[in-house]
Design a binder for this molecule. Structure first.
Ligand SMILES: NC(=O)c1ccc[n+]([C@@H]2O[C@H](COP(=O)([O-])OP(=O)(O)OC[C@H]3O[C@@H](n4cnc5c(N)ncnc54)[C@H](OP(=O)(O)O)[C@@H]3O)[C@@H](O)[C@H]2O)c1
Length: 264
């Protein structure tokens, strides 16, 4: 299937690993000029090398920036004044009991997970609307709906992304621009496998047993009963980024393995 995004410029924040890397790889395969972002140039270059191995003709640009910092975003936007597709993917998560989440933690989570998307949308959305074509996608989470007791600060930022995404979509009415949120469930990204391995070490179990236990006790409503792969999530995200998804706007789309029980 041709997703009709050849030659479009796509920025995927946090695309040196995990879901972001899978999304960037698929966008590049579809012929988009894809901008790879992470906090260091070393990780950005390693990701570019990795994508080139599977997609030799890929059009790739590397831009290191910490999207949790206003000054880095300003520099990124100066170097890349226009994008057609913006995927607000960069995000952090860390389990912590509510009482131990400091003010600094709350603000850090808000800066990285929410303000990055606010600032980048403010920079790029007006020109998309003017050109009458554009795609903004927020990578939220099932945790936006099932707020995890073990990381309420994370859940809050993921719910905030849904409000932001829907609100911005309202500003695109009657144009060829769409703004949507995608809600992955547990996904075997670099971050999640680190989390799984440390649980395995702590519980003196192998990773497969920890995964089975995770779906028995922590996410029992999962219908998939395993972690999704980053490619499974990327397929949904890249479809939403495509020209084919022109009638999908203001939506919160789940690729969560059925973890969220509601059907609305
Ligand atoms: N994995 C899951 O189970 C899951 C489930 C639902 C939703 N999500 C969401 O999916 C998104 C990606 O998660 P993931 O699990 O794929 O992550 P991951 O494997 O931990 O990778 C995180 C990526 O974000 C980048 N990053 C982190 N902080 C950054 C910052 N301040 N500025 C720029 N880049 C930054 C990292 O790059 P560098 O380290 O190179 O800077 C890396 O490329 C997040 O928004 C997360 O909330 C994940």
């Amino acid at each position: 299937m041709d997703l009709k995004i050849r030659g479009k410029t796509a920025l995927v924040t946090g695309s040196t690993a995990g879901i972001g890397l899978a999304v960037a790889t698929l966008l590049a395969k579809e012929g988009a000029r894809t901008v790879i972002n992470g906090r260091t140039m070393a990780r950005v270059e390693a990701a570019i090398d990795q994508i080139r191995k599977t997609t030799p003709g890929a059009s790739l640009v590397g831009m290191a920036a910490d999207v949790g910092k206003a000054s880095d975003i300003e520099r990124l936007v100066k170097g890349l004044p226009d994008v057609d597709i913006l995927v607000n993917n960069a995000g952090i998560f860390e389990p912590k009991p509510f009482g131990e989440i400091s003010d600094a933690d709350w603000f850090r989570f808000f800066e990285v997970n929410v303000m990055s998307g606010v600032r980048l949308s403010r920079a790029y959305l007006p020109a998309m609307i003017q050109r009458n074509w554009g795609r903004v996608v927020f990578i939220s989470s099932e945790s936006a709906l099932n707020i995890p007791a073990e990381m309420i600060h994370y859940g809050l930022t993921k719910t905030a992304q849904l409000a932001l995404s829907r609100g911005l979509a309202e500003t695109t009415a009657g144009t060829g621009v769409t703004v949507n949120a995608v809600l992955p469930g547990p996904t075997l990204s670099e971050g999640a496998s680190g989390f799984l391995n440390s649980m395995a070490q702590a519980q003196k179990m192998d990773a497969a047993a920890v995964e089975a236990n995770f779906f028995k006790t922590i996410r029992p409503s999962s219908l998939l009963k395993r972690f999704a792969t980053t490619d499974e999530v990327a397929a949904m995200v890249v479809y939403v980024c495509s020209a084919l998804a022109s009638a999908t706007n203001g939506a919160a789309l789940r690729v969560d393995g059925g973890v969220v029980r509601s059907i609305a």
